[in-house]
Design a protein around this ligand. Sequence first.
Ligand code: NAD
Ligand code: UGA
Length: 432
Amino acid sequence: MKLCIIGTGYVGLVSGVCFSDLGNDVICVDNNIEKITKLKKGIIPIHEPGLSELVKKNYRANRLSFTSNISEAIKKSNIIFLCVGTPTKKKSNAADLTQIFAAAKKISLNIKSPKIIINKSTVPVTTGDQIERIISKKVNKKLFSVVSNPEFLREGEAIRDFIYPDRIIIGTSNKKSSKILKSLYSPLISKGAKYVNTSRRGAELIKYASNAFLATKISFINEIANLCEKIEVNVEDVSIGMGLDKRIGGRFLRAGPAYGGSCFPKDTRAIVDTAIKFKTDLSIIKSVINSNQNRSKLLLQRVSKILKNKIKNKKIIFLGVTFKANTDDMRESSSLTMIPNLAKKGAIIKYYDPTGYKKEFKKYKNVYNSPSIKEACVDADLIIIHTEWNDFKSLNYNKLSKKKNFIVYDMRNILPYEKIKENKVKYFGIGR
Ligand code: NAD
Ligand code: UGA
């Protein structure tokens, strides 16, 4: 099939590459010319394991191309995926749909033959209806259909999640579009993915409800971890004990810093905003948002306590600053709250991230990027393990700093509980 992917970001690039790897002709479009220029040269603008190899393979096979000419790309394709951003609006909790509507307008000016327009971006219920209205101002309704097909991939695991999804949700009442999409996804369905055909609005809500539920699970275990710290119980045992109940499930029960990323924070805010528009109170999700906002404050209080309230001139090292491991994405990472807070209190912060320097900390004069773990930690008073990269799992923490009595605060519980108890360094974990 001939596909066009509008928006070549974390979702669009992965989806485009994976669809091309399944044998489709895919044109990836972006209005960010710098991004397209890089991709044409084989430079991948994001860190996603396995992506670079797959892009090169399919580019060479002439199944994958990159362009900033949206009109040409639309004309050459029969299936158009919308994968543009839907961030939070300024001074509001609502999703900003500017990118979606701009792309819909462009599509409306370039439809001359039948097209299926599939929205993969996460959008509030009724956005599909609005996209349809925008396009139908210029195009006969018989010539196109608008389908919702939310994406459930995780950054850092994106390729595997795309190829082996639990489910494929298709929101449309158009039988022909549903049949074509089932055929497009048939290689994934044959590997075990469940195919669910629902209404367009139903698909839009499934996406938000899923993200809000996962965020709830994380906040739930984070609060249980707070209790564990007071009663000398290991939260890991609680997660295992709870998760073995199939009705609960063990995944997304890892306690840690505030959840971040480009999705849970913005999507929990957006679903609450949508519910208000429909006069519904989503009190559970509101309290999850509140709990997550308090999480960084709480962990900062613990840092203060660990350092006996003496933060000024202390050398604090962050191992990993992105919102999770295996990605370069800094969007709503808890380090963006914690590092400036500690820097303002006079700490000298060094960070090491496997994906390198982060411009987000440029404006803080006592925050430095380190080229290696060794260099970062050599004179540390406190080492904070902020993300769960494999790179940090097998280090000999006893010897990382030459300072006496330095402390390790493992915010991801990556170090085995028993091993740490034997160690000479002072160690703190989450809910331990
Ligand atoms: P992103 O910001 O990384 O990528 C969006 C891309 O769209 C950018 O490269 C931007 O330049 C481009 N763009 C914007 N307007 C355009 C236009 N008119 N024409 C062409 N290109 C345009 O965003 P993302 O993280 O890939 O997320 C995209 C959507 O997918 C969001 O709605 C998000 O909630 C959803 N989603 C994201 C993930 C994830 O892991 N990041 C997972 C599932 C769903
Ligand atoms: C999340 C969802 O998992 C995807 O299904 C969804 O497609 C995506 O959002 C989206 O809509 O964009 P992502 O944000 O990439 O994926 O990463 P996650 O692995 O879900 O992590 C999100 C945050 O929760 C991170 O800060 C992570 O550290 C935290 N987390 C996750 C925990 O603290 N504990 C856990 O057990 C799991």
